[in-house]
Design a protein around this ligand. Sequence first.
Ligand SMILES: NC(=O)c1ccc[n+]([C@@H]2O[C@H](COP(=O)([O-])OP(=O)(O)OC[C@H]3O[C@@H](n4cnc5c(N)ncnc54)[C@H](O)[C@@H]3O)[C@@H](O)[C@H]2O)c1
Length: 333
Amino acid sequence: MARVLVTEEIAESGLQKLRSAGHDVDVRLGLSPADLIQAVAGAHALIIRSATKVDATTLEAARDLVVVGRAGIGLDNVDVARATELGVMVVNAPVSNILSAAEQTMALLLAQARNIPQAHAALKAGKWERSKWEGVELHGKTLGIVGLGKIGALVAQRALAFGMRLIAYDPYISDERARHMGVELVDLDRLLKESDFITIHLPKNKDTLNLLNAEAFKKTKPSVRVINVARGGLVNEADLAEAIREGHVQGAALDVFETEPLPANSPLRDPEIEDRVRLFPHFASAGRVTRLSTDPNKGMAGRCIQGLIDVLEGNYGGNAANMPYVVNKEAFR
Ligand SMILES: NC(=O)c1ccc[n+]([C@@H]2O[C@H](COP(=O)([O-])OP(=O)(O)OC[C@H]3O[C@@H](n4cnc5c(N)ncnc54)[C@H](O)[C@@H]3O)[C@@H](O)[C@H]2O)c1
């Protein structure tokens, strides 16, 4: 039997699955980094979502840890390289919430084009502002997709149905694959120059951090609108706020932030730009959707937990994000 530490909210069905497999589940929400280091001592498995940072110090303190389960896609909050060195497996749920993220992107794309949140807020405040919030049509507009992976491809499919022209920057995708999706691959400069809307679907790492920064915004059309449903930090928030103030960027809709929850003093909360910035609480993957009547969180948790149980039972399933040469703990068996 393994002791499984769970530090973020996970669907009950997933926790039940662990208990049914004979494991001891210890749910401890809202731990500080120092509390996490204490709590992880003696745990064989750790389950997290996006808020818990599993850095080298935490991994080194977790001397009995065999596996980290990330219920979701991004692994930017886990030091996977150090985990590998320490013989700790990392499993995630790489296809769990891609549809939710793609649909959220479309929602933000439409909301921006039609000024939906602004018009709604104005009417609720008693103002009938038809012309102030007049929208633009997506049809014929150019959508620049930065990162044409799983989510980027789903967004491309959906945007094509709206009659958009699609261009993408992704140096790891072949021209042929992009062409099959109805997308023209371009370099980043051309994408910045030609896009009416830019949506970013990249992993967060040292190459992608601050990819959309002041220098990039100087190259965009002044009418461009930016969407980030991927990870905070891919778009530099101070630079984006400044670009909106200076008129290099028309607006932005963001689901993810450099610091979450978004701090009260964030440059994105500047009253001067508030009409043009739409902010959402990292909930692209948090809503209930109807696909096959599944809840994406249950899907995420379920897939991640199955991977974690596989590892605890000594089998390495398809959800492994690393492959340590030696998995170094046997004590819990
Ligand atoms: N907001 C949410 O709740 C939510 C939900 C799901 C996923 N996400 C995030 O969305 C992002 C995309 O997820 P995905 O499943 O599509 O990932 P993916 O790995 O399938 O696609 C990422 C794409 O980015 C490309 N890429 C990598 N480095 C690049 C670089 N330097 N420049 C240009 N392109 C580069 C890759 O070639 C790949 O095609 C991830 O950061 C993930 O964490 C967020």
